[in-house]
Design a protein around this ligand. Structure first.
Ligand SMILES: [Zn+2]
Length: 362
């Protein structure tokens, strides 16, 4: 018996160790993909680790991924370790003949270094676009870049007034969407999608091709944090419109779709889970970004602004660097027992719903 908090970790290195230990105890088949040219904040190896359970040729597969956005992996890793330690859940999966693929730390560099983006300042949830075609254009980003990331941090009174004037004119929803929907023009800016598929993108797609090749049905839950009320798990549907009814049939009417305008998330370009359409085109899919709230949305965005200011200003004093890193960690990790209990309860319900949905699917 493990208590709730024991599944969570204080660093990427600890999270990786707990995940690999739990996978080994469950006799999962493990694959580790190490980053060739990068080390962690503590000098540790960085890797995307996969744990696979259930029949190798299972036609129904559940994928649960963590750490697409770096330190959001503190939450997703805790969910994955809890799933591996959950005898009842594992018995249900086995009885239903389902495959389970846990992808730990999609973005290990960001997880370890406490950045939401990857080693190249790329937001992986904006990186899964077709780079052979013209990239999405976010015409509003240029106007907000300098307001969101001013020359000095903290922002001056004039900086604050300029941003307030922009928000007064366009509205806070438009401001947040302009900043965060994804942009492909400013490489050191916010929510940058990159110019090519990242290491994480390529590694994850290759794994998906192999593990999903036999699947007729795939449910994919990508665990996130940083939007919505603290501790609440919003079920965000990041897939194509035609798949929304299936997602709601399995997971409930509280599945929210950004393209319907009722989600805490804007409609973003190139989310990670959209890779399933390319790599497993034969499968019927249900997709979810399970998004747990931490701090108020604007507070989280302000901490991301500070993080990007720091990225542009490597000369910043060490004390300020540490403070910004720590504030980013708190923006994406509600590091207390009540929050962790809420996270594990809700992620377990989603897993039970997914098992029932896949059992009914034919
Ligand atoms: Zn996220």
């Amino acid at each position: 018996m493990h208590d709730v908090a024991s599944h969570f970790s204080g660093s990427y290195a600890e999270a990786r160790r707990k995940f690999l230990d739990a996978a080994a105890d469950r006799q999962a088949r493990v694959e580790s993909f190490e980053m060739p040219q990068h080390r962690g904040a503590l000098g540790e190896t960085l890797a995307m680790d996969l744990a696979r359970l259930g029949p190798a040729d299972a036609t129904k597969l559940i994928v649960v991924s963590s750490g697409t956005h770096g330190p959001e992996g503190f939450c997703g890793s805790g969910c994955q370790v809890a799933m591996l330690r959950d005898d009842d859940l594992q018995r249900r999966l086995a009885d239903a003949g389902l495959g389970l693929l846990l992808v730990h730390a999609v973005n290990p560099h960001g997880f370890s270094h406490l950045r939401r983006v990857n080693e190249d300042n790329i937001d992986l949830n904006r990186n899964h676009v077709d780079f052979s075609r013209p990239l999405p254009v976010n015409p509003d980003y240029a106007a907000v870049d300098g307001l969101a990331i001013p020359a000095t941090w903290p922002p001056t009174a004039a900086d604050g007034a300029a941003l307030a004037a922009y928000i007064a004119q366009h509205g806070v929803t438009a401001y947040r969407a302009s900043v965060s929907r994804g942009q492909y023009a400013v490489a050191d800016g916010l929510f940058y999608g990159g110019q090519a598929p990242s290491w994480s993108n390529r590694t994850l797609r290759a794994a998906l091709r192999r593990h999903g090749a036999a699947a007729t049905h795939i449910a994919w839950i990508d665990v996130h944090t940083g939007l919505g009320p603290r501790g609440h798990g919003e079920k965000i549907y990041p897939g194509r419109p035609e798949g929304l009814p299936l997602a709601r049939a399995w997971w409930g009417a509280d599945v929210l779709a950004p393209f319907e305008g009722n989600s805490a998330s804007p409609d973003v370009s190139g989310p990670v889970v959209s890779a399933v359409y390319d790599e497993c085109p034969q499968a019927t899919v249900a997709l979810m970004g399970l998004e747990f709230g931490t701090l108020p949305d604007m507070e989280v965005l302000d901490r991301l602004r500070a993080d990007h200011w720091l990225h542009r200003h490597p000369e910043a004093p060490e004390a300020q660097r540490r403070a910004i890193r720590q504030s980013l960690r708190e923006a994406f990790y509600g590091d207390d027992d009540a929050w962790k209990g809420m996270i594990l309860g809700q992620s377990r319900v989603v897993m039970l719903q997914t098992i029932l949905g896949l059992q009914k699917a034919g």
